[in-house]
Design a protein around this ligand. Structure first.
Ligand SMILES: Nc1ncnc2c1ncn2[C@@H]1O[C@H](COP(=O)(O)OP(=O)(O)OP(=O)(O)O)[C@@H](O)[C@H]1O
Ligand SMILES: [Mg+2]
Length: 249
């Protein structure tokens, strides 16, 4: 389906990806409307991170289609891909901060590279971003000086620095205490609602799924096993879905 109406920022069709002869993704079909917060669920090793990497163009699928704002990204060259990436934010599973830069410098990095903000404007934006994830007092710390949860939050601030329309989060709340995890979940939801930000969140955190996402997709054996609200998953009669939810909550 041609998608240029801008209300369907992500359209994935028949997407497949193998590693060493093993099919990790085996024909994923998924469309995600603007402003939706979608949780991507599945057992460890089912391909959630692989799917997110394909969505941001860090890897190429073996077959299938990914359209971002109507543009097919699987066949794009580096220049066009980089232009599309400016609309995207990405929080890696390991926060992937630059070790030699302070938290402030980490968050400022995309602003320096991609915007024409003055140093004073950048400083203010960095302050606001770090404050939004509760790190306003840690601007001068190095990643080695902070906890794993704080790294995750700093990575989140950096992912949001360019006000992306679409953000991919890989385990944004893993390793966080329950209160911080709930705050991060709430922050993602608030941004989605305020700015129409579209979010895809790979997670094992069922509390976040229940409280903060509009929709949940459970991957199994390379496919979408179930796609619906948290209640749809809860009420599913599929034995694997029940087992997954029972084990998780
Ligand atoms: N670059 C790669 N080369 C070879 N195999 C890979 C590569 N990336 C991922 N895989 C394999 O693909 C499968 C899916 O990995 P992926 O990291 O997407 O799992 P996941 O669903 O994100 O798991 P988790 O919940 O533990 O984060 C795994 O078997 C993994 O070993
Ligand atoms: Mg993963």
């Amino acid at each position: 389906m041609e998608n240029t109406d801008n209300t369907l920022p992500i359209a994935i069709a028949h997407l497949s990806k193998s590693f060493g002869g093993r099919k990790v993704l085996d024909g994923i079909d998924l469309t995600i409307p603007r402003g939706q917060t979608l949780s991507l669920l599945g057992r460890s090793g089912t391909g959630k991170s692989v799917l997110l990497r394909l969505l941001i163009g860090l890897d190429k699928p073996d077959s299938g289609s990914i359209r971002i704002d109507g543009e097919e990204i699987t066949s794009l060259g580096m220049d066009r891909l980089n232009r599309i990436r400016q609309k995207l934010g990405f929080l890696f599973q390991q926060a992937a901060l630059y070790d030699s830069l302070t938290l402030g410098e980490n968050v400022e990095f995309p602003l320096k590279r991609q915007t024409t903000l003055s140093p004073a404007e950048r400083t203010e934006k960095v302050r606001a971003l770090l404050a939004s994830v509760g790190l306003e007092r840690d601007v001068d710390k190095l990643p080695s000086e902070i906890s794993g949860g704080m790294k995750k939050r700093a990575g989140l601030a950096r992912a949001l620095a360019l006000d992306p329309a679409i953000v991919f989060f890989d385990e944004p709340t893993a390793g966080l205490d329950p209160i911080t995890a709930a705050e991060i979940g709430q922050l993602i939801t608030d941004l989605s609602k305020q700015r129409g930000m579209t979010s895809v969140v790979a997670t094992h955190d069922m509390h976040s799924v229940r409280c903060f996402s509009d929709r949940a997709v459970l991957l199994d054996k390379g496919r979408v096993l179930i796609d619906g609200s948290f209640d749809d998953l809860k009420n599913s009669s599929d034995p694997f879905v029940s087992e997954f939810l029972t084990a998780a909550v």
